[in-house]
Write a protein that binds this ligand. Structure first.
Ligand SMILES: Cc1ncc(COP(=O)(O)O)c(C=O)c1O
Length: 474
């Protein structure tokens, strides 16, 4: 055993030389552990140590139930050419006919799920939720299945008031209203701050659920471009504020869906100041805030003052089906409490108590550290595969957090027709059009890296790459 170190180093040096010289090329499979052990007359442990070293150096990667492969070189981030155009005029939000088809696929287990921005079932162990549920029933008995008070279970609001300190949100439990996921939080925030016909600033591209709410409430939208480096373009918003009366601005400052960018602290501060000067509400959607790939927790805009309503949920970090979310209404507390009491006064008691228990037991930070790594690795793998298999003219984001990639193809590419053909091949993606109020981004689409990467994911990306080449306009 004492001689194992030099042998595994020798073996890894030999393999490195073979990779560098092109004998093994990106995507090639390395000999299996047993085969390498036989061929090199070393123990299985030595081969494993050597492969782990190469994996740590980023030269190779292990693929579940498949083996070790040479990794493609890590590609630098290429800026997207096309932030949305700032059109400077209010619009009514359009819907694309393909929207319902894409939504129908979200929970379809027969397709390779690159459409749904949902975490894999495995991010929380299958036994964890039942054991938390059992603990809740032991502790609360029948109370666990009774109605919640309209503001939600106090246990959860207490746990959240402690938890939210990590991003700079300082609130008392009685200043929090719990909701059915972030969707209900956003709906309450919009209802409390706008009336039909009002103008709302939205990011472009943005999560389509936000656009649906704005349209459904009879509001008009003004599209503010999102740039890959700094998120919402503050300068465009400033221009819009100079020209129009804007009631609210819905923004995802941290790991924006679909671009994956973070708004720098100075811009957050500036935005908070703008809200105070121009009297509009910042509706902050922070569902991805805990999922920064570097491990650092980006702050909430409310840290910098201004009129901010903070919305969040556990849908991306624990389980979307539990439907646990929250809204921190700030100065709109009275109105949001009133609306909640009318709109949907009771939440899912068991779900809320489970999440309160989970947060109280400790270990949530450890859980986040683990899943951040999983998402970072999955995004990197998927990005590498896109770069390897898609036409060279394609550009893909390198998200700083979360788990979605935004792919930009050359002008003329029709992502809706592409989506339909991808579905026929058993793969779901989301076309770019539904991320814009005016159906911009026809040449873009979103890929989710939330689901576990399995051998069929690699085949699916190869197939999507081929399909993208057929769809290129000559
Ligand atoms: C940016 C963003 N906000 C809100 C939501 C909705 O979250 P929830 O499932 O908690 O309602 C999603 C879901 O995809 C999202 O991506």
């Amino acid at each position: 055993m004492s001689h194992a170190a030099p042998i595994y180093l020798n073996l890894s040096e030999k393999l490195t030389a073979l990779i560098r010289s092109g004998t093994f090329r990106p995507g090639d499979k390395l000999p299996s552990i047993r085969q390498a052990s036989r061929e090199n007359r070393v123990s299985v442990t030595t081969v494993l140590e050597s492969y782990h070293l190469l994996e740590g150096q980023g030269l190779i990667e292990s693929r579940p139930r498949s083996g070790y492969y040479v990794r493609p070189p890590s590609y630098p981030s290429v800026p997207l050419t096309r932030a949305a155009t700032y059109r400077g005029k209010p619009v009514r939000i359009e819907t694309s006919a393909i929207f319902e088809t894409v939504m129908d696929l979200v929970e379809n287990r027969d397709v390779i799920p690159f459409a749904a921005a949902a975490p894999d079932d495995s991010i929380i162990s299958l036994s964890k939720l039942p054991s938390l549920a059992a603990a809740v029933f032991r502790k609360y008995g029948a109370e666990a299945s009774r109605y919640t008070p309209p503001m939600g279970r106090r246990e959860l609001r207490l746990a959240l008031s402690r938890r939210l300190l990590v991003c700079g949100v300082k609130v008392m439990p009685d200043e929090i209203v719990t909701t059915h996921g972030a969707t209900e939080a956003l709906l309450l925030a919009l209802r409390a701050t706008t009336k039909a016909g009002d103008l709302v600033a939205v990011e472009s591209p943005t999560y389509f659920g936000i656009l649906n709410l704005v349209r459904d409430l009879g509001l008009r939208a003004i599209e503010i471009p999102v740039c890959q480096k700094t998120g919402l373009c503050i300068e465009s918003l400033r221009k819009a504020l100079g020209k129009f009366q804007i009631a609210a601005c819905v923004i995802q400052p941290n790991f924006q869906n679909p671009v994956g960018c973070v708004m720098p602290p100075d811009n957050k501060k500036y935005l908070a100041n703008l809200s105070a000067i121009h009297h509009f509400t910042i509706i902050e959607d922070d569902v991805y805030g805990d999922l920064g790939h570097s491990g650092e927790r980006s702050s909430s805009i409310s840290l910098y003052g201004g009129d901010v309503i903070h919305c969040g949920s556990i849908s991306k970090t624990i389980a979307p089906g539990l439907r646990v979310g929250w809204v921190i209404p700030g100065q709109h507390l009275k109105q949001i409490k009133y609306l909640k009491t009318i709109q949907c006064p009771w939440n899912a008691t068991l779900s809320e108590l489970i999440i309160a228990e989970l947060l109280d037991q400790g270990g949530y930070e450890r859980h986040l550290r683990r899943i951040r790594k999983i998402y970072a690795t999955q995004c990197a793998k998927m990005r590498d595969e896109v770069i390897r298999h898609f036409p060279q003219s394609c550009k893909v984001t390198q998200p700083a957090g979360g788990f979605v990639l935004w792919v930009e193809m050359p002008q003329g590419f029709d992502s809706e027709a592409y989506t339909v053909e991808a579905i026929l091949r058993g793969i779901s993606v989301v076309p770019g059009t539904i991320f814009s109020p005016t159906l911009q981004f026809k040449n873009c689409f979103r890929l989710s890296c939330g689901a576990a990467f399995v051998p069929s994911s690699f085949d699916a990306l190869k197939s999507l790459g081929q399909l993208a080449s057929y769809h290129l306009v000559p």
